[in-house]
Design a binder for this molecule. Sequence first.
Ligand SMILES: NC(=O)c1ccc[n+]([C@@H]2O[C@H](COP(=O)([O-])OP(=O)(O)OC[C@H]3O[C@@H](n4cnc5c(N)ncnc54)[C@H](OP(=O)(O)O)[C@@H]3O)[C@@H](O)[C@H]2O)c1
Length: 326
Amino acid sequence: MTEKLVTIFGGSGFIGRYLVRHLAAQGWRVRVAVRDTQSAAFLRPAGNVGQISLIPVSITDEASVAAAVHGADAVVNLVGVLYERGKRSFQKIHVDGATNVAKAAVAAGVKRLVHMSALGADQNSPSAYARSKDAGEMAVRGIFPGVTIFRPSVVFGTEDGFFNTLGRMAQLSPAIVFFTNTNPHAPAGGGAKFQPVYVGDVVEAIAQSLTGEGHAGKIYELAGPRVIDMREACTIVNRETQRRRLLLGVPYPIAKVLAVFLQFLPKPLLTPDQVKLLEVGNVATGRRPGLAVFGITPTTVEVVVPTYLKRFRPLQQTKKLRLQAR
Ligand SMILES: NC(=O)c1ccc[n+]([C@@H]2O[C@H](COP(=O)([O-])OP(=O)(O)OC[C@H]3O[C@@H](n4cnc5c(N)ncnc54)[C@H](OP(=O)(O)O)[C@@H]3O)[C@@H](O)[C@H]2O)c1
């Protein structure tokens, strides 16, 4: 029997690489649609010889998207950007690109389509990122009504952008900065609230939605077991990197000014739009089903994050660990 074929757009990204490995382990043939096949070659060993193929695609190019979904049983669109740069606007990637994928999936007779959105997707959000995620959902649902949509909170795992950025800050700077709209020492001054969800749980839910029944046309919120605020996230980072950095609560108006400058870095550390997103926070509304539907017990930050924040510890600590292990 021929294994089923899944095309994954954005398969070389943080969540994508876990999904590629997960689906390959389940026996899927995986076609990874990426802009640069050479830099995604690291994905090949995740499967048997020939099980994982790479195809050059830009999600904004209809013809290459159509070629990528040809013959696929299922399609997953994980493509997303956190900031706009040049022609790479939120509209182009989250709405026009997602539209291309949905149209191509219909034309190719694909049975299952999964679209990755984000918690906070809302047409009334102050953040252009969140508004474009909402517009992307609407566009895809209009074309492929059976699409399964996932809205994760901040996703954590070895290669994540969230805890690793804080870890790097703890390593390089005397303070770990977070933003707040009140006294940072007050109980309510811990800044934005999140419900971090483990990447392994996210890909397990996606995998189940590709084969299980009852997921067509559904929107799921994927969130971890606990709500934490930015101050707690920074405290976890301080502890796990074995540093004693000052936790510096900066008011949002100052964050907005900082972001005006930081957005011009080659890889922006912070943009004005991200500050707007942070102000809203990222906690599940509870109005949509979540991981429980898939029988998944959400993994805690405490179990996974220490395993990869170790790399930001002082050098002496790392040396000591190595010597102890001899
Ligand atoms: N990580 C989180 O905490 C989080 C939270 C909520 C929602 N999400 C959503 O989950 C999805 C995946 O997130 P992630 O963290 O895995 O992102 P990521 O690591 O930045 O990966 C994004 C992927 O999109 C690809 N891509 C970007 N522009 C493209 C284009 N024009 N054509 C084709 N591919 C393109 C990238 O490939 P290149 O290597 O070619 O750039 C990369 O493979 C996104 O939609 C994101 O908005 C993530």
